[in-house]
Design a binder for this molecule. Structure first.
Ligand code: ZN
Ligand code: ZN
Length: 284
């Protein structure tokens, strides 16, 4: 199945981030040449449709469920549900938990809403949501303190530049590489590289299944830290090694094969995954 990858960003975010995210997707897809055509990439910036803003009468005509999701604006108009990045940001902020962090967005909610978006249901897509405000994620409704990024299997991702700006704001080159690492890491989650039940993965810190391999970007960044993941990725790149370890790469490819529905690709990717798992097991 063909899925568009759309890069969208919060209003006011430096457009360099969109470009870096695009480079990251391209480098990630370089690992999967058989699937490149299945995932065309577009940079949509601060995306909005021509129905993004609606007046009171349009608002009253919305189905009751959607009316609850519309966001009133100061000029009397409304941000219509699912029709703009501005709406996504506004609705995610209504779910901020901490009183002293009113701008901290619920990234899990953004991904939940994407699943319900009628357009996404009609045209399966992977959205890379780049935001400049802080984000948190929820596990069974319970919020955590914060996350840098969140990627969901068979869904999309949210990446916040907020905390990276504090760390790397004065060093754009370092910032670029860290952002690229996290985009690739979240793509790994989207393509199921570290799904539960696979060998050599664990949920050590409660932030989901991550890889235990020593220099793979699918290690948890709360354990390995983003700059360590980045240094290891760049070192691998200098040695012409991919950012994912063999097992993560083979697993992601097997998932892409499943999604393609192509029986030859499924056969090839499944065999490859089993071969690599056996190889790694033998070496241990
Ligand atoms: Zn992760
Ligand atoms: Zn790995």
């Amino acid at each position: 199945m063909r899925k568009n990858i759309f890069i969208v960003s919060q209003k006011g975010l430096n457009p360099s981030y969109n470009q870096w995210a695009k480079e990251a997707v391209e480098e990630f897809m370089d690992m999967f040449p058989d699937y490149k055509n299945d995932y065309p990439i577009s940079n949509l910036g601060n995306w909005k449709s021509n129905k993004a803003t609606i007046n009171k009468f349009d608002y009253l005509r919305l189905p009751a469920e959607e009316r609850k999701l519309a966001i009133p604006m100061t000029d009397g108009n409304y941000l219509a549900p699912y029709e703009s990045m501005d709406w996504t940001i506004a609705i995610a902020k209504t779910s901020a938990f901490l009183k002293d962090r009113p701008n901290q967005m619920n990234a899990s909610l953004i991904l939940d809403l994407m699943d319900k978006d009628p357009t996404v249901q009609k045209f399966p897509q992977i959205a890379i949501n780049l935001v400049k405000d802080d984000i948190f994620a929820t596990t069974n409704g319970e919020p955590n303190n914060f996350v840098y990024g969140l990627g969901r299997f068979d869904g999309g991702m949210v990446l916040s530049t907020h905390r990276y700006e504090q760390q790397y704001g004065n060093t754009p080159l370092a910032m670029k590489e860290v952002i690229k690492t996290i985009v690739m890491h979240e793509l790994g989650h989207i393509f199921g590289a570290t799904v539960e039940g696979r060998n050599n993965v664990s949920n050590r810190d409660g932030y989901g299944q991550h890889c235990n391999c020593p220099d793979c970007i699918m290690r948890s960044d709360s354990v390995a830290k983003s700059d360590r993941l980045t240094n290891d990725r760049l070192k691998n790149k200098r040695n012409n090694k991919p950012p994912l370890c063999k097992e993560c790469q083979a697993m992601a490819e097997a998932q892409m094969a499943q999604l393609s529905g192509n029986s030859q690709k499924i056969y090839k990717a499944t065999n490859n995954f089993n071969r690599i798992t056996n190889e790694v097991q033998r070496r241990r």
